[in-house]
Design a protein around this ligand. Sequence first.
Ligand code: PLP
Length: 366
Amino acid sequence: MPRPIEALIHTDALAHNLVRARRMAPDAKVWAVVKADAYGHRIAHAFEGLRGADGFALLDIAEAEQLRRLGWRGPILLLEGCFDARDLEACSRLNLWHVVHHEAQIDWLALHKTTWPHHVFLKMNTGLNRLGFTPAAFRSAWLRLSGLTQVDEISLMTHFAEADGPRGVDHQVAAFEAATHDLPGERSLCNSAATLRESPARPNVRGDWVRPGIMLYGASPDHPEHGIAHWDLQPTMTLRTRLIATQDLKPGDAVGYGGAFVADTPMRIGVAACGYADGYPRSAPAGTPVLVDGRRTRLAGRVSMDMVTVDLTGLPDVGPGSEVTLWGRGPGGVVLPIDEVAHPAGTVGYELMCAVAPRVPVSAVP
Ligand SMILES: *Cc1c(COP(=O)(O)O)cnc(C)c1O
């Protein structure tokens, strides 16, 4: 028998979360962001749940090619655009829309031979300071692009730095609007946090296309301020395994490497077949929540390469073979949001779902 660990992708939950994005952005089109192999869910599984999107946004041409092979004929957007001139051939062949965020990408386009003019998304840097033309340089980039026969449509986009935090998006929206108010073209500004927090009440922020990622995968962009229950999102990935051993401890007995966890009363510990080599974060401290047979308990002791140890106090009827849910949906419909594991581990749901290791089999369930 293989090690009992596996990841399940809930395609019904992906579809539900997509509907939530649509509700929050009425009249806008939705780019389902599926970069990083759909945030670790695998493009093919994500496509099953997200095929109702208006388009798919990602980074890798290989992933775009996979979507085309799966039968997707609608829009695909390369969020970082082309990495060299040859990528434009793939854009022409696969009919990919692409972001233009620096001058060299315009140079490549100007030399590109294509019978199909391209749809590009011209990106403005409004304060995140990663990709994009400054507001001052934006207009001349737009004018250059609009003079190219290789380009037939220019949409305008920017990306928020703190849509989930106290500073919000207003300063970035103001910079974007000041530099684009007299330019034609569709607009796209919102990631998940802005789709949930800004788009419902502010049509100018909502624009023509929203670009949700993390919310589609059932994690909250502004945890711990709001959890997935607040936003009515459902977990789309379950990481689960089984108990493979138990240990009875006396007061003073220590658990795991470094003996960091010491029993202060007699207690029973369960050993689950999941460790940091499976992608479970080693930084998750004792106390991090976990489900055993659908009941909530906690880690006890350090995460090791292939195992975690869990507190079985109050769970007398569980033992080797019992199901352990590291995050996602447990037996009986009990939910353990990935955010509640990421937060004590000092990280975010994004990182955990992307980090599930290749040795963990991933399968889709309807
Ligand atoms: C990743 C990404 C998104 C999605 O962000 P979430 O926080 O996951 O919703 C949107 N736009 C761009 C440009 C991105 O790179």
